[in-house]
Structure formats: C-alpha cells, structure tokens
Design a protein around this ligand. Structure first.
Ligand SMILES: Nc1nc2c(c(=O)[nH]1)N[C@H]1C(S)=C(S)[C@@H](COP(=O)(O)OP(=O)(O)OC[C@H]3O[C@@H](n4cnc5c(N)ncnc54)[C@H](O)[C@@H]3O)O[C@H]1N2
Ligand code: MOO
Length: 433
C-alpha cells in the first residue's frame, strides 16, 4: 500500500460526505455539470453497415448514392399506354388499344409499345419505355387482347418518376440524429452500404464491497446480492453504452481492499471509455475508491449538494472519465442519472436531457427537504393530477423506487413544498392518462 493511496481517505476520515477539506472538490450540481461538460467530448466516429445502425448516433450526413426507385414505376394496377393515343378522347368517344404484353414487379416488359398499343401493368412494375400514362384496370373495358377507353385520360397519371422517393445526391438524414428504423431502410434503398456513426461508449462497471455476491449466488448472513451492477448495466444500455465488465459477469465485484480496487480499476481503464464504480465512496475504513482515483488520476469533484448520493465523485484517469457512485442503491441510481448518464451520453453524442416524461402534478402532502441540497423525492400517483411521497425514503430502500411512479427534484434553494403545491414530476414510465 503506497503512501499516496492512503492520503485522500485518511485526510477525510470522520468528515461527512460533501465536506471535503479541499473546498474546490465539493460543489453544486450546476458546477458539477460544468466540470463534466468542460472535460468531455464525443467519441470518434466509425463506419458501419446500415444493417447494424438502428438506434446509433449519426456522425455524418447520409447521402443517397442511387435514386429511389431508380426506374419509372407504376403506382396502380392497370394498363400502360401512350398518352398520345388518348389525347383527343372526349366524353362519348372511344379508343381501342391492343395489349402487347405485361409488365410485372421484377419482370419488366422488354418490348416497345407502338401507336395503338398498351401493356398490362402491376403496381411497382417498370413502366415500359414508350409509355407515359397509366389507366387503372377498373376504368377500361377489356375485351380479349383489346382495351376500350371511353373517358378522357390525364397525361402521366399514376406513373412515378425514377427519383420520386429519393434523388441520388440528396442528404437523407443529418446529425444530430438517433437512427430510426425508417432511416436505415431509406439509406439501404438509396445504395448506402456504410454509415458514419459515433462509436458506442464502452462502460466498465465495478462494484466494491466485501459483502457482495453475484446475482446468481445465495447470500449468507451479512452478505447481499450486488444489485448495483445490474442496475447500472440496465441504465448504461438505456443510454446507448455497451457494458464491458459488470458485477457477476467478468469478476466485476471487488473486495474492500485498496490494492485489489487499484488493480481492478487500472485494468479496466485500459479497455473502457468510461468506468463506474459503486460503493466505498464514503469516509469509513473500507472506503477506498476516492483514494484509488486520486492515485491513478485526478478527482474533479467529490461531494455534491444532493440527497441521496452526496458522496458521489467524478474524475479522470488519463482520458477516461471515472464516476464513483455511493453503494446505497437509491443513491447509486440517482448519482447515475444525474452524472454518469450525462458522461455516457456526451461520449456517445446523445442529448443530456432527463429521459423521463414530465407532468405538473399537485403534491398532496407537505414535504421538508434540506436547503442547499437537490433532493430526489420518490412519489406515487394518488388521485387525479396528485402525487404523494413514497415512504420510507432512505437511500438504502431500493423498493421505494419500485413503488414510485416517478420522482420530484426538490431544488436546492427551497426547504420543501406545502400540501397542494404544483410540482414537476418525472415519470419513470408514461404519465397517467
Ligand atoms: N459516518 C458516516 N457514515 C456514512 C455517511 C456519513 O456522512 N457519515 N454517509 C452515508 C451516505 S450518505 C452514503 S450514500 C454511504 C456511502 O456509502 P459508500 O459509497 O461508502 O458505500 P458502502 O459503504 O460500500 O455501502 C453502503 C450501503 O450500500 C450497500 N451496497 C454497496 N454496494 C452495493 C451493491 N453493489 N449492490 C447493492 N448494495 C450495495 C452496502 O451493503 C451498504 O449497505 O455512506 C453512508 N455512511
Ligand atoms: O448520500 Mo447517501 O446516498 O444519502 O445514503
């Protein structure tokens, strides 16, 4: 154990989270955001097949190589004719045309339609060269190999141009854009075999704690299942990241041992674009993560005015952002959603807005909250347009987030809300109808 590894934890022992001796490390949420934003930018782009691009972030405009459909196409089932043959047709007149063939999708008519001739044609088929107009089958009388036109015909009716959908050279989609299924389909149709997208952030997840066992193990007395790794894995994937090591998978659980955490973090930083570490953020004897971050890189902030998750920390090990999340599961969730989500989404070139739909509701009970801290208040619906706090509201009560329909962020400047006050609720799913 090296001296510098001990320094940070020893320095802060017996001090409450958020009251670091170095005042520049503890900060407000707004300051924490600005420190994160000032250090990060999106990952480089890569070129991939459109077939793998759904949900990816477009990095460069996608430009059509070929026109779509690429040929003049029948928009209806009927007969392809030369408009010239029907130009003089007035009500009460009659024109007779000879059917000389058929054009079907994928099986075009290869001959030439001469004066007084036509072909049968199906929707989606190539319109024969010398034809320029389509008459629908229900508007003609067919007698054997002849059709009789009895009503005036509109020139170029139901014949789609070769670039009707997408002309070659047109920008199909531009950044910023999360590629939708229809974007991928349009790019494929216009001949693109590669699309430039931002690389997916590779996120390493480590859980620290002697008490932790993987999700598939049965915990003995005093031990618990490592649920934070699972929680974080789901959140990272929601935010467009790829998890490369998580508790229960690739030995992502580390004991409360400084050297073990140090070597686990060092190894992961080599492979990851971002590392999340849960547990050990506080100032107890087994809390080493900040000391490791301090020794291997730089702590950018430690201790933020929030409740829960006050001991959350962020730093850089070379170019890799590292977020230290408190072990308490609700603190881990809130700390992730406030800060790790932001980091991963910046790396992946995604917006950093809250991902939850919002609705203004009435709070039906008063709520007290410490001034100077942004509070994550879990609430559930109680009647029309009203919500109530979920109890108990401790940082260790993961089920409070399960029982809740959403949460209210009580701002730092106030000390709570009175009953009946309007609050903005972030719903984990859809707001009530
Ligand atoms: N004397 C003080 N003690 C504590 C303070 C304080 O100000 N003074 N702050 C409390 C606050 S606030 C928090 S938050 C926690 C921070 O804890 P750590 O990040 O150091 O986390 P641990 O001590 O390792 O664990 C806390 C709690 O969470 C459980 N845990 C840990 N990892 C996981 C996991 N992967 N999955 C599920 N549950 C996990 C762990 O068993 C503990 O029960 O410190 C307070 N203490
Ligand atoms: O900040 Mo802690 O997360 O309240 O338990």
């Amino acid at each position: 154990m090296t001296a510098n590894l001990r320094t940070d934890a020893d320095q802060h022992r017996n001090r409450p989270p958020g009251s670091s001796t170095s005042p520049s490390l503890a900060c407000t949420v707004a300051e924490a955001f600005s420190r994160i934003d000032g250090r990060l930018s999106c990952l480089p782009q890569e070129r991939i097949s459109p077939l793998a691009a759904a949900g990816r972030r477009l990095a460069q405009p996608a430009i059509a190589i070929a026109s779509v459909p690429g040929f003049r196409r029948a928009a209806m089932d009927g007969f392809a004719i030369r408009f010239e043959d029907a130009r003089a047709l007035a009500d009460g007149d009659e024109v007779s045309l000879t059917i000389v063939g058929e054009s079907l999708p994928g099986k075009p008519f290869t001959g030439t339609i001469g004066p007084g001739e036509c072909t049968a044609i199906a929707t989606g088929a190539v319109v024969p060269n010398t034809a320029d107009t389509l008459v629908r089958w229900e508007s003609v009388d067919q007698q054997g190999e002849t059709i009789l036109l009895r009503r005036p015909v509109e020139s170029h009716k139901d014949v789609a141009l070769a670039d009707e959908d997408i002309p070659a050279g047109r920008i199909i989609v531009s950044p910023p854009r999360t590629l939708r299924p229809q974007d991928i389909a349009a790019c494929c149709s216009a001949g693109l075999r590669e699309i430039d997208v931002t690389r997916v952030p590779r996120v390493g997840i480590l859980a620290t704690g002697d008490e932790l066992v993987p999700p598939d193990a049965t915990p003995g007395i005093g031990r618990i299942i490592d649920t934070n790794s699972l929680l974080l894995k789901c959140l990272v994937e929601r935010d467009g990241g790829q998890v490369i090591a998580a508790g229960g998978a690739e030995a992502g659980i580390l004991p409360d041992n400084l050297e073990a955490i140090r070597s686990g973090v060092e190894a992961l930083v080599e492979r990851a674009d971002c590392v999340l570490i849960s547990g050990g953020t506080s100032y107890g004897r087994g809390d080493h993560t900040a000391a490791v971050l301090n020794a291997l890189g730089t702590i950018v902030f430690r201790g933020v005015g929030i409740r829960p998750a006050a001991p959350v920390a962020f730093g850089m090990i070379r170019h890799v952002p590292v977020i230290l999340l408190p072990g308490n599961p609700v603190a881990c969730l809130f700390g992730y959603d406030l800060f790790a989500r932001r980091v991963i989404r910046i790396l992946g070139s995604r917006d950093t807005d809250w991902p939850y739909p919002r609705r203004t509701m009435r709070l039906c009970q008063p709520i007290r909250s410490p001034r100077g801290k942004l509070e994550y208040l879990r609430v559930r619906c109680s009647g029309d347009d009203a919500v109530e706090p979920v109890w108990p509201r401790g940082a260790s009560i993961l089920s409070s987030t399960v029982a809740a329909d959403g949460f209210v962020l009580v701002p730092e400047e106030i000390d709570g809300y009175e009953a009946g006050q309007a609050v903005e609720v972030h719903f984990y799913d859809s707001p009530p109808l």
